[in-house]
Design a protein around this ligand. Structure first.
Ligand SMILES: CCCCCCCCCCCC(=O)SCCNC(=O)CCNC(=O)[C@H](O)C(C)(C)COP(=O)(O)OP(=O)(O)OC[C@H]1O[C@@H](n2cnc3c(N)ncnc32)[C@H](O)[C@@H]1OP(=O)(O)O
Length: 214
């Protein structure tokens, strides 16, 4: 497992983000368009060829593996391939995580056709993905790395496609374990709740935090 150091400042990171984000947004829009298009079937082979040509252009120069989790000189994370928040990942809605008081992490996300499970409703796996990630961010609010050890997701009722709001925070510590809870709400209120144990891995366990995250 490698965290990659990018020898750039955060101004340069933002510049790179501003270049690549419109591409990712365009691909996200393409995914939605493929799901919802009603153009004549005869048009599909041409469109397919055009998409393949774009893919080939991008592949003319590419990395050997995944993007990795990179860090700038200032220590800012660049998890740009991440499926929940990745700036380069059109699979990500994307969720833009915000920091509140006392280690609160929250996000407002719009979930469209690409995230449908039951008709008109959000796929349960997508709810679990977004909650796992946000709970992970809340667990990381104290600055120590941790991995999801166990997560329990309870679907209180269906979640409608459209805007959803998520919140998470760390409730308590027990040695290397962090107990984290969160909720996902649609326009009608909370629809999914999650609680999880995040564990600080052994290699990062020299001084496990004993105080509430800031
Ligand atoms: C900027 C970028 C943003 C990045 C923002 C980051 C957000 C990322 C969010 C996404 C999160 C992920 O997807 S993380 C990826 C998915 N998760 C994983 O791949 C984890 C795979 N599992 C592991 O690596 C390991 O099993 C660990 C680290 C979880 C635990 O291994 P370990 O460190 O050897 O654990 P060990 O010493 O034996 O146990 C320590 C204590 O934890 C307990 N414990 C051990 N395993 C578990 C477990 N699975 N569930 C519950 N509790 C457990 C033990 O009982 C013990 O408690 P006691 O006896 O002391 O009471």
């Amino acid at each position: 497992m490698t965290f990659v150091f990018e020898d750039i400042d955060d101004v340069e990171m933002e510049r790179r983000r501003s270049v690549v984000e419109p591409l990712t947004d365009a691909v996200r829009d393409l995914v939605d368009a493929v799901i919802r298009t009603e153009v004549a079937e005869g048009e599909i082979p041409d469109v397919t060829a055009a998409v393949r040509a774009v893919t080939e252009r991008l592949r003319s120069r590419q990395s050997d593996g995944p993007y990795g989790v990179r860090y700038t000189r200032a220590g800012t994370g660049m998890p740009w391939g991440n499926p929940a928040v990745g700036v380069r990942n059109a699979v990500a809605p994307p969720m833009r995580v915000q920091a509140g008081d006392d280690g609160l992490r929250w996000a407002d996300v719009r979930l469209g056709a690409a995230y449908e499970g039951p008709p008109g409703l959000v796929h349960g796996g997508i709810c679990a993905l977004l909650l796992d990630h946000l709970l992970g961010e809340a667990a990381g609010a104290d600055g120590t790395p941790s991995f999801t050890g166990t997560i329990s997701v309870r679907y209180l009722r269906e979640t409608r496609l459209g805007p959803v709001h998520l919140e998470a925070r760390t409730d308590r510590y027990d040695g290397p374990k962090k107990f984290v809870t969160g909720t996902l709400s649609d326009a009608d209120g909370p629809s999914v709740v999650a609680d999880a144990v995040f564990v600080i891995p052994r290699w990062a366990r020299a001084t496990p935090p004993q105080e509430a995250p800031q």
